[in-house]
Design a protein around this ligand. Structure first.
Ligand SMILES: Cc1cc2nc3c(=O)[nH]c(=O)nc-3n(C[C@H](O)[C@H](O)[C@H](O)COP(=O)(O)O)c2cc1C
Length: 220
């Protein structure tokens, strides 16, 4: 039986893709270079927060989990995300070091998927990223306890009341918070999806091999 919501959902449409179309013949051999090109296209098309992505992880029992996070950095090695080691996602990344990322830029009809093994960043890289956080974000990282039930809101607002005090008090001179770190999702496999108004969507997959990346087109 169709619910009221299913009728509502059926009335929603997918935006017609605007902006540059994608010709896989012109795709670079390096998928990270193509990601950078598409990210810049998303910024130019005013896609809100184009660096927001879904991070999917797996726990030790094999159960999947997913949430939205920010992309902190990307380089030839990996896509980097910040997460506390003590949070559910941090535990999952540490204990089952594989993950998937999804970016969706609806105005452009584009999706990018990344799937690969996970590594924790070294201390220098984590400290460098920590320094670039806002005072509030650093205070949040020092308080930690992300995703624990919030029994005492007053305690949390007191703890976060003055980020500068908190940072000075808890970690004099520290360049990072003990549990906060960057995690790198290896770009071993990436897929680029370009929707087309005429329904001829394009999917291009990159898979890393010993000689660089192999590419193949997939049925949409
Ligand atoms: C736009 C947006 C960006 C977010 N960015 C981050 C982030 O970079 N790191 C993070 O730990 N949580 C981020 N969050 C919160 C996560 O979605 C999630 O609620 C939180 O990290 C707890 O996840 P966990 O219980 O699976 O560990 C963001 C949420 C939103 C809506």
């Amino acid at each position: 039986m169709r619910s009221e919501l299913s009728g509502f959902l059926a009335g929603l449409s997918w935006p017609r893709p605007q902006g540059p179309q994608f010709d896989p013949e012109t795709a670079p051999t390096d998928p990270v270079a193509l990601f950078e090109r598409w990210l810049r296209d998303a910024v130019a098309a005013d896609v809100p927060a184009p660096h927001v992505m879904t991070l999917a992880t797996v726990d030790v029992a094999g159960r999947p989990d997913a949430r939205v996070t920010l992309l902190e950095d990307v380089d030839e090695q990996a896509f980097w995300v910040a997460a506390s080691e003590t949070s559910p996602k941090g535990k999952q990344l540490g204990r089952v070091p594989v993950a998937a990322l999804v970016f969706h830029w609806p105005q452009l009809g584009r999706q990018v998927r990344v799937r690969g093994s996970v590594r924790a960043a070294d201390e220098a890289r984590t400290a460098d990223a920590f320094e670039r956080l806002s005072a509030h974000a650093r205070a949040e990282a020092l308080v930690d306890r992300q995703s624990l039930p919030l029994h005492d809101e007053q305690w949390l607002s007191d703890a976060l009341g003055d980020p500068a005090d908190l940072i000075a008090l808890e970690q004099p001179g520290a360049s990072s918070a003990p549990a906060w770190r960057l995690w790198g999702v290896d770009a071993g496999r990436m897929e680029f999806f370009q929707a087309a108004a005429d329904g001829h969507h394009v999917r291009l997959r990159y898979s890393r091999s010993q000689d660089g990346y192999a590419t193949e087109l997939l049925r949409p």
